[in-house]
Design a protein around this ligand. Structure first.
Ligand code: NDP
Length: 288
């Protein structure tokens, strides 16, 4: 189908900086073309100081929706009218819906990750989980896993910048969901090993192993990897991290962060339009 900007074309886009490398414009604009929607999605690179002004301007031109990435995922909250329950619990937004002039913040990162878990045939309601990290990606995953019914969540993090966030996450989950969450220090290798041995899903949501430091792994002692363990990484560069390679060698099934990236976009698109993204075509074109 031919794709043309017209006088009626609706605008959407990505707020963040730097964002020129983002795959989002290609993914959404191809979706609009495939579905014949008169919309366009662009990168709106903006500094922190201009965020409020830009959101006000986008509201005034009746933008169909926005994505938000680093460093604005938390700061954008003060410019929105309402939040989804998950965004409220996470304290960060990656998707903004414009519902008849009301800007509603959502967080689809965790939704995207949990969809990639389901795609592996894993029923989270029967799956004790160990999550490495307590930064932005980990927060979205922890809250969504708990909301989706994970019975047990071991959050493992180093005692650094995000340690207090790990404690806050566990407390929020224990107070608001039926999931039992606890926090373990990454340096306590015996305790980390116990968490993983008890789990059926291990998720690395730290940046350990991301290019250009692909030689690193968050779990150097692989003796706790067991064949019932599904091991995943939110990292997608490289496609196979050292963690995934070593887990596969130990007989675990593994998957990387590509599908989290795809499915957070699928969920955002559905929030904006009520429509399903043609996932197979988008996956084949951009996510191989
Ligand atoms: P944050 O900076 O918010 O969090 C990073 C986490 O990793 C923190 O818990 C941090 O601990 C921990 N960490 C980093 N380095 C080390 C280290 N050397 N040793 C121990 N812990 C460490 O980043 P994000 O959550 O935004 O991103 C994390 C990863 O997720 C990145 O690789 C990013 O590319 C990926 N990602 C993938 C997405 C997808 O769609 N697939 C979406 C979003 C992110 P501390 O706070 O102490 O530094």
């Amino acid at each position: 189908m031919e794709y043309q900007i017209t006088g009626h074309t609706r605008l959407g886009g990505l707020l963040g900086t730097p964002i020129a490398h983002s795959i989002s414009p290609a993914m959404y604009n191809e979706t609009f073309r495939l579905l014949g929607l008169d919309c366009v999605y662009v990168c709106l690179d903006t500094a922190n100081a201009n965020l409020g002004e830009l959101v006000r301007a986008l509201r005034s031109v009746n933008v169909f929706g926005l994505n938000v990435t680093m460093p604005h995922k938390e700061q954008v909250l003060e410019h929105l009218d309402a939040l989804s329950p998950a965004a409220q619990m996470i304290g960060a937004v990656n998707t903004v819906q414009n519902k008849d002039g009301t800007l509603i913040g959502h967080n689809t990162d965790g939704i995207g990750y949990m969809q990639s878990v389901r795609e592996q045939g894993c029923d989270i309601t029967r799956t004790p989980m160990t999550l490495l990290g307590a930064g932005g990606a980990a927060s979205s995953i922890a809250i969504q896993a708990a909301l989706d019914g994970a019975p047990v969540l071991h959050i493992v993090n180093r005692r650094g910048r995000s340690w207090s966030n790990a404690l806050r996450l566990a407390d929020t989950i224990n107070r608001n969901t039926a999931c039992r969450a606890d926090v373990t220090d990454l340096a306590d290798t015996a305790a980390v090993k116990r968490c993983i041995l008890e789990s059926r899903l291990l998720t690395n949501a730290t940046s350990i192993g991301m290019a250009p430091h692909a030689e690193h792994t968050p779990i150097p002692d692989t003796s706790c990897f067991h064949p019932d363990l599904l091991v995943s990484d939110v990292i997608y560069n490289p496609r196979q991290t050292r963690l995934l390679a070593e887990a596969a060698k130990a007989g675990c099934r593994t998957f990387n962060g590509m599908y989290m990236l795809l499915y957070q976009g699928v969920a955002a698109f559905h929030i904006w339009t009520g429509l399903d993204m043609p996932v197979e075509q988008i996956r084949a074109k951009f996510f191989q």
